[in-house]
Write a protein that binds this ligand. Structure first.
Ligand SMILES: Nc1ncnc2c1ncn2[C@@H]1O[C@H](COP(=O)(O)OP(=O)(O)OP(=O)(O)O)[C@@H](O)[C@H]1O
Ligand SMILES: [Mg+2]
Length: 250
């Protein structure tokens, strides 16, 4: 059974149709790519999957059950986490505090043992994401790449994480951190079986990570297949500016 099934999903903003009739299905353990030109509806789709936007139409099913009416925090409690294209962090808090806040906010149990266990988990996840050396800096002091890593590390604090939605995790990020993020994704996928849906313009990263890629254009799904298959699809070539085959770069 699919871990995530999207049926005829649509989002209208007034007269603008950002997403129309989107249907796709992701199997447990996949690393699925979602690509397409600027403004084609990728972030809007992610926002509907995470519960931030209410769809105009359609359904989102997680492990076969509709989650379309559930708010973001309940989806997170069920194991769905996301990162934002523009990192959303508590900029005046330290990296370590940023790691702790979601768990502390949602837990009623605040015993010293619980907090110590949480601190240990935060240290472990920060080390995994190669952020342990900056754990006492304020989030606003981090580079863009480190902020993206912190969003990912924070996702790993979620108990029972099963589906990680990532919006442009590689945008504007240097090669070293990009490699760290890719390694983290592959390791989480291999060792914990976490399923990923990754929106990215970084075709080389998508090619390395994703066996299957979905391509959106003007709110619709226009192709699905391996990176090589979609890069040679005439509809995809046409969708990218001037018919230039952006999907085959690097
Ligand atoms: N909150 C909103 N209100 C009105 N229009 C919106 C809103 N969010 C997105 N849109 C519009 O919906 C369309 C799809 O935007 P979206 O951000 O989903 O694209 P995208 O594929 O993520 O683009 P990019 O690659 O540039 O990040 C765009 O025309 C955008 O202007
Ligand atoms: Mg976007």
């Amino acid at each position: 059974m699919s871990i995530l099934q999207v049926n005829n999903l649509a989002k209208h903003f007034g007269g603008l149709v950002a997403v129309k009739d989107l249907t796709l299905s992701i199997k447990p353990g996949e690393i699925r790519g979602l690509i397409g030109p600027n403004g084609c509806g990728k972030t809007t789709t992610m926002n509907m999957l995470a519960g931030l936007y209410k769809p105009t139409r359609g359904d989102v099913r997680y492990h076969g059950k509709s989650i379309v009416k559930l708010p973001p925090h309940i989806r997170t409690a069920q194991g769905i986490m996301r990162t934002f294209q523009i990192p959303k962090l508590f900029s005046e808090m330290t990296v370590e505090e940023n790691m702790m806040v979601p768990a502390l906010a949602t837990s009623t149990e605040k015993t010293p043992e619980f907090i110590e266990a949480l601190e240990n988990k935060a240290t472990e996840k920060l080390t995994f994401c190669k952020l342990d050396h900056v754990s006492h800096l304020l989030a606003k002091q981090l580079s863009g790449g480190q902020r993206m890593l912190l969003q990912i590390a924070r996702g790993l604090m979620v108990e029972g994480l099963e589906l990680f939605l990532m919006d442009e995790p590689f945008a504007g990020i240097n090669q070293v951190i990009k490699e760290t993020i890719m390694d983290a994704i592959m390791e989480m996928n291999d060792n914990q079986g976490i399923t990923f849906l990754i929106v990215s313009h970084e075709m080389s990263s998508v090619r390395r990570l994703c066996q299957t890629v979905c391509v959106m254009h003007e709110g619709s799904l226009i192709a699905e297949g391996s990176m090589t298959e979609v890069a040679n699809d005439p509809l995809v070539i046409e969708a990218y500016l001037g018919g230039q085959n952006a999907a085959s770069d690097s």
